[in-house]
Design a protein around this ligand. Structure first.
Ligand code: CTP
Ligand code: CA
Length: 225
């Protein structure tokens, strides 16, 4: 009993998590990035592993150490994340896309450090693939969880994303709230489901949010089976 009685809701399942903010190179010393710390995704990987799932974590560069028992695949760019996700996707049961993926990348990355010349410049950007949207089209047995970080019209935008990307669950958070989002040890999220259910959680530590997320996933996977 005790420690070993901790419920292993997802024993025998395989899970894939993406985390962190991708970095899109401009030249050998500079990149376009975002404020994602990776904490939420790492917490999700930890909670999935805790629940007994064999867990792969595809992560952009972060300061965080890999949760115990999790296999980490390091990537930098959205394109590298795309390649890694696509090569692991087919035989997993659960995918949680917590990463903040750059929507655009610089059209070209200079081979040498870009030198200043005192004039103004424009930067040409080209779109990156939408990994989650493509998974939504390809999915078979996989339970797909997306994230939506918004600064306005939270539920409206999140609802639209859930449909557009064909996910089974969406975690919505308003990153302008204190105690939520980028870099914070806590988060304030809502879980949205395609059939219209919405669960609003109070401010919680990211690991607690992750454990609740894992519970929901396990319940819904059981119903599907
Ligand atoms: N996502 C992805 N690939 C991308 C962009 C986003 O897989 N190129 C995933 C994120 O990991 C997240 C979800 O899609 O799970 C929503 O990301 P978000 O940036 O909120 O939505 P976008 O569809 O990119 O829309 P926008 O940034 O315009 O709000
Ligand atoms: Ca985006």
């Amino acid at each position: 009993q005790g420690f070993f009685a901790v419920s292993r809701l997802l024993a025998g399942k395989k899970a894939l998590v993406t985390a962190g903010g991708t970095q899109e190179p401009l030249d050998p010393v500079r990149y376009l990035g975002n404020r994602s710390s990776g904490k939420m995704g790492f917490a999700v990987a930890e909670a999935l592993r805790e629940a007994g799932a064999q867990t792969i974590l595809i992560s952009a560069p972060t300061e965080l150490s890999t949760p115990y028992g999790v296999r980490r695949i390091p990537i930098m760019t959205a394109q590298e994340m795309y390649d890694a996700v696509m090569s692991e996707f087919t035989d997993v049961d659960i995918v949680v896309k917590a990463a903040a993926v750059a929507d655009y990348r610089p059209k070209a990355s200079a081979e040498q450090k870009i030198k200043k010349d005192g004039t103004s410049r424009t930067l040409e950007l080209v779109p990156n693939p939408d990994i989650l949207a493509e998974l939504g089209e390809k999915k078979e047995q996989q339970f797909l969880v997306g994230f939506a970080a918004e600064t306005e019209k939270l539920y409206e935008h999140a609802q639209a994303k859930m449909q557009r990307k064909n996910v089974d669950m969406l975690v919505a958070n308003d990153v302008t709230q204190p105690g939520a989002g980028f870099g914070s040890p806590t988060n304030i999220v809502s879980f949205l489901f395609p059939e219209g259910t919405r669960i609003d959680l109070p401010q919680m530590k990211k690991l607690e949010v992750a454990r609740r997320l894992v519970q929901e996933i396990a319940e819904r996977l059981r119903e599907k089976e």
